[in-house]
Design a protein around this ligand. Sequence first.
Ligand SMILES: *Cc1c(COP(=O)(O)O)cnc(C)c1O
Length: 429
Amino acid sequence: MKYYSTNGKSSLASFKEAILKGLPDDNGLYMPQEIPELTSSFFRDIDNYSLPEIGYKVIQPFVDGEIPDSILKSIIEETLNFEIPLVKVFDDIYSLELFHGPTFAFKDVGARFLARSLSYFSKKSEQKLTVLVATSGDTGSAVAQGFYGVPNIDVVILFPSGKISYFQEQQMTTLGKNITALEVNGTFDDCQRMVKQAFLDKELIEEMNLTSANSINIARLLPQSIYYFYGVAQIPKDKRQQLVVSVPSGNYGNLSAGLIARQLGLPIQHFLACSNANDTVPKYLETAEYKAQSSVQTISNAMDVGDPSNFQRMLNLYSGSHENMKSDITGYSYSDRETREAIHQVFNKTSYVLDPHGAVGFLGLKEYLTNKAGKGIFLETAHPYKFKEIVEKEINIELPPVLSFDELQKKSSSFSSKFEALKAFLLEK
Ligand SMILES: *Cc1c(COP(=O)(O)O)cnc(C)c1O
């Protein structure tokens, strides 16, 4: 399998090259050259497959032997060693709970697969790697935990100061060892810009083996396709028609992975791109004009992205056609007030506890299914306990603790939002 750049100027890359480089030289994003449809027997028997078995079937064609199949199997088993249950919330509305991994958000799936795959390649070539990552919250904690203690790999995480939750900050700033967290005086978009610039800086690229762990890295994105299959497999066979999947979105990696799952043959009729006030993509779907915005802070903070990088991938999957994208995807945007209300109402009606991100996905699904036949799954992307300050206020009870942190000493340092500062820091390392 070869990988091309969405900008079309860089040469084709192997899986190994694409994952190690993170970004192609022409500032595009890597995409698999083919998305081969899975066999009908796989779909017929999918109910009998375990989560890691589905994972292997979905991922193997993309890795295509570059990691030997037996090692790939164990990488996938280690990556997916937690449950991803589908929970019925209303008659036609299901929640796919992606938050049962170690950092209680879906990003564990991609980060754990990436860490293990990178570790395989760096061990083989005996090269030291520096993983550079910008985070709006959950990426940083998943990447920090996924890479912690992995030999030959240093991780540098940039996060916007004061804009992430206490738990997120604890999970990425207290580890030390091979994990460095930089607390940037700026927004997530500043962090992302600095990281992107680093990958285009000739001097840095020559001096060190830089790679990315953002969802711009294709090896984080591809394994996210797996749980779309596993989610559908948990719906009774005769009820899988007219299925809608609602994706609470920020950088649009999760939604891109869903679109790839569909091209692999998964019967999903329609997707919903649900955002908070950062509604660049819903606006694009409505107007056919893409206008990057500055990010606005909301209570679903992992989705506070004004210029989502994976939009390029979405556009590529539709050969640049707004019309085709629009016939497959509907966009919605919800305010913090609506999000809080959804948490409140769903709990009162069903006792199901939404987190603020899942609540945005739920709202879109509910709106789309109004006056329509059909069933839907929304992705519950984070554990409600991660946002307990917000959630408990709406449900009026205390959530039982699931995250056990010792109050560890924070080991991050305040950092400038200028690229030159990052460059100097990296060169010194
Ligand atoms: C990252 C994240 C999102 C947004 O996912 P994208 O792939 O960036 O669109 C949504 N919810 C949670 C909890 C997240 O951590």
